[in-house]
Design a protein. Structure first.
Length: 291
């Protein structure tokens, strides 16, 4: 029991503190066993070319199916996994699982698409990252052109190291993108000097694009810069038609967001694939008619 002695000698319990500390502790302990107990699962969200309605890729998004608490989102457990040094093995599982799944989709006749995997800073800084990726590609037999790794701006702060790793990954034939663009610490020099395939505009800008002039300016500037540099650009967090119209007006046609679909477990994505394709085509037509 957590006890604390007050000034006047009374003993009282700091209930809240006690609760928080033990919650985190038990979550931590569970997390240590989650990999071996197969509690992780990847959800997939499509990226759509909104001009053609075609699926160009899927992003793999990690979920933790906690035996008592149910599904836990990455914003909760990834920082914890980073803190206790588990993100590297978890991250390796993610790369392997995403590539395995994509290969399965290809073999079951789905049109080819890229699978995007988020890397954490610790993974990116680990010297064997390139070997890990190479090993995964070899063992899953996924063609490297169907894998994309997402890094964030902050990972590129050690400029020389980042450049070396990105070049080596590109050397394997894998694509590299910058996620959450505009929210991290970065130098625009990086965009020019790194062999980046695309940038993803963070959803915090997209969300307010119609209601906040600053966000609108930021989004249009990012798109214009990407076009100017010949880098692909994707908008994240697109939830409605109005946002999509704005993005189209800036000639950004690669879209990821709830407007098209929420992330789904692999089996649901597979089951629903034909309907999803139909829905995306319909949405594309509606948008074309209105613009
Ligand atoms: P992210 O890489 O920027 O992924 C996009 C997030 O936005 C996902 O949240 C996705 O579900 C959510 N999202 C997509 N469309 C919309 C939309 O229209 N509206 C809103 N409000 N949200 C949308 P999720 O799955 O909770 O993941 C959160 C973050 O956790 C990810 O952000 C990524 O940074 C991290 N993450 C996810 N999976 C992994 C992983 O395997 N490894 C690592 N290191 N990080 C991961
Ligand atoms: Mg991402
Ligand atoms: Mg990310
Ligand atoms: Mg993002």
């Amino acid at each position: 029991q957590a006890k604390a002695h007050g000034k006047n000698g009374y003993v009282f319990y700091k209930n809240d503190m006690h609760q928080d500390a033990s919650d985190e502790f038990s979550l931590e302990n569970h997390l240590r066993k989650a990999l071996e107990q197969n509690e992780f699962e990847l959800f997939y969200q499509a990226q759509i070319n909104s001009q053609t309605g075609e699926i160009i890729g899927v992003e793999a998004l990690l979920r933790w199916n906690h035996p008592e608490l149910g599904m836990i989102l990455p914003n909760i457990f990834i920082p914890l996994a980073e803190k206790i040094g588990l993100i590297v093995p978890i991250g390796e599982w993610v790369i392997m699982e995403a590539c395995r799944q994509n290969k399965m989709w290809q073999e079951s006749g789905l049109p080819n698409m890229k699978v995007s995997v988020n890397l954490s800073t610790q993974q990116f800084l680990k010297q064997n990252l390139v070997d890990v990726v190479q090993h995964v590609l070899q063992s899953t037999q996924l063609n490297p052109q169907f894998l994309e790794l997402e890094i964030t701006e902050s990972m590129a702060m050690d400029y020389k190291y980042a450049r070396k790793v990105i070049d080596q990954l590109r050397g394997l034939g894998v694509a590299v993108s910058i996620d959450d663009f505009g929210t991290g610490y970065s130098s625009l020099k990086n965009l020019k000097c790194f062999a980046i395939n695309r940038i993803k505009i963070d959803k915090c800008f997209v969300m307010n694009v119609l209601h906040n002039q600053n966000d609108e300016q930021i989004v249009s500037a990012i798109i214009a810069m990407a076009h100017g540099l010949g880098v692909n650009v994707v908008a994240e967090g697109v939830e409605n038609e109005e946002q999509l119209h704005y993005l189209h007006s800036q000639e950004c046609y690669n879209i990821q967001g709830y407007y098209f679909m929420k992330p789904l477990p692999a089996y649901e994505f597979t089951d629903q694939y034909p309907q999803l394709v139909e829905e995306f085509k319909k949405k594309k037509e509606i948008i074309h008619e209105k613009s």
